[in-house]
Design a protein around this ligand. Structure first.
Ligand code: UD1
Ligand code: PEP
Length: 443
């Protein structure tokens, strides 16, 4: 199994360009199943990640071939496939495998989708996905680990979902991929669907933009009330995947933890308000790099090249993860790694996945002073972290450990790098280019 061997203490310096977002690209790829006729779907800025390869395999299994060029563009060949089985072997590897459920139901009238996998970050039910699709008239049963769903018979023959009022609120707010599924199903339903308590995450907005580009009629994107007027057919589209806000936040946190100076290109500023507010509390200020020389205050750009002005001493802060536009749970571990080095006590509360603290015992192995208190963690800043062998069993916890390793004295071995390969393209190469001492090794 691959591991990262990191010798810490080198400030990251240089430039890094943010890739397309994994969590946008995966539902966008699934939405390619909705295209009719022989117009191709083209998706640009698709990162080269193991989750993306798994989704390509899953779509091929469903009769939709997407080919990838060297520049990260995926193009579909026309498909008249009526396959509806999303098998366990592929879907178990990633949560986003569930994203084919809505498109299959809408386009092919039936779906048999294995219960999904994904990061082990606590219970991850799919009840809201199913409730939303049932509201659109789908009949759903669970059979041997598979979700078997069928659209109701349509008046003119075949099967078709029907528009409805759908409420997607759950115990911890809305559901991101549940919203993707219901929205992708509603676009071809008969009549109008109103999704209340829709996820406002930028990746859902990106999916909506792609669907609109295919001919869908959607209002309220980015808000908790999304209205979808069903249409009879969708065409292909040429769409660029939004930049990855989690990757951007990870590299910024790494620069801050090492006292470095990194210019980050394609930084999705507008999608990152809560993270940037937390960094400002810690003392990091962002400046927009203007033409490579004169820097100015960061404004509300969609994307920009930014540089963090990193203080010598980091202040502590309190953050609570929440649905967008709140602080993203997918950046909680990375921020915690940074707060381990702040001058004082911080409080991190996890409201989306209250057990998402797998990085805590591993950070403790590196000398961090963190106490878990139910859904919160008290982080008492220490003067330094010390390299150690560590291991995490989810993607962002692993990213937090890489940041800790980059800042620590001595050598850290981050094991089970396959988690990182799900979400960060060539992470070690990109960090090496920023001056980090990091190697991929076999252990
Ligand atoms: C591939 C992808 O985009 N994954 C992201 C997506 O996951 P994912 O879409 O799976 O996460 P959800 O938004 O669905 O989960 C949010 C909360 O809702 C609960 N819930 C969810 C579905 C459901 O049917 N019932 C229910 O109760 C979950 O347990 C959790 O507490 O959003 C998460 C929250 O921002 C991110 O951490 C993941 O990186
Ligand atoms: C939790 C994540 O991914 P997934 O939902 O695919 O497990 C993530 O991207 O941080």
């Amino acid at each position: 199994m691959d591991a990262f061997e990191i010798t810490g203490g080198r400030p990251l310096r240089g430039e890094v360009t943010i890739q397309g977002a994994k969590n946008a690209a995966l539902p966008l790829m699934a939405a390619a199943l909705l295209a009719g006729g022989d117009t191709p779907v083209t998706l640009r800025n698709v990162p080269d990640l193991s989750d993306i390869r798994s989704m390509l395999k899953l779509l091929a299994e469903l009769g939709l071939e997407l080919t990838r060029d060297t520049g990260g563009t995926l193009s579909s060949a026309p498909s008249a496939s009526d396959k509806v089985l999303a098998p366990y072997d592929i879907v178990k590897t990633m949560r986003a495998g569930i994203c084919v459920l809505g498109p299959l139901l809408a386009k092919r009238g039936r779906a048999e989708v294995s219960m999904p996998g994904g990061c082990a970050i606590g219970t991850r039910p799919v009840d809201l996905h199913l409730r939303g699709l049932e509201a659109l008239g789908a009949r759903i049963t669970l059979d041997a680990g598979y979700i078997v769903a069928e659209a109701p018979p349509a008046r003119g023959g075949g099967r078709r979902l029907r528009g409805a009022h759908v409420f997607l609120g759950g115990p911890n707010g809305s559901t991101v991929l549940g919203t993707a599924n219901v929205m992708s199903a509603a676009v071809l339903a008969a009549g109008t669907t109103v999704i209340e308590c829709a996820a406002c995450e930028p990746e859902i907005e990106d999916l909506g933009k792609m669907l609109v580009g295919m001919g869908a009629e959607i209002e309220g994107l980015g808000s908790p009330r999304v209205t979808v007027h069903g249409v009879d057919e969708l065409a292909g589209v040429d769409h660029a995947v939004m930049p990855d806000r989690i990757e951007a936040g990870t590299y910024l946190a790494a620069a801050a933890a090492t006292g470095g100076d990194v210019a980050i290109h394609r930084f999705p500023v507008r999608a990152m308000g809560a993270f940037l507010a937390a960094l400002r509390d810690v003392g990091v200020r962002l400046e927009e790099v203007d033409g490579g020389s004169a820097d100015r205050e960061l404004n509300d750009a969609e994307t920009a090249t930014v540089r963090g002005v990193i203080p010598r001493r980091l202040d502590p802060t309190a953050v609570v993860t929440q649905p967008h536009p709140g602080f993203p749970t997918d950046l909680q571990a990375q921020l915690m790694a940074l707060l381990c080095l702040a001058d004082g006590n911080s409080l991190v509360t996890e409201k989306i996945f209250p057990d998402r603290f797998l990085h805590v015992p591993e950070l403790q192995r590196m000398g961090a002073d963190v106490t878990r208190l139910g859904p919160s963690a008290m982080v008492r800043g220490v003067r330094e972290l010390i390299g150690a062998p560590v291991m995490a069993s989810d993607l962002r916890a692993s990213a937090g450990l890489v940041i800790a390793g980059l800042a620590a004295r001595g050598t850290t071995l981050v094991q089970r790098v396959y988690h990182l390969d799900r979400g960060y393209e060539a992470m070690e190469t990109r960090l090496q280019a920023l001056g980090a001492d990091i190697q991929r090794v076999r252990r």
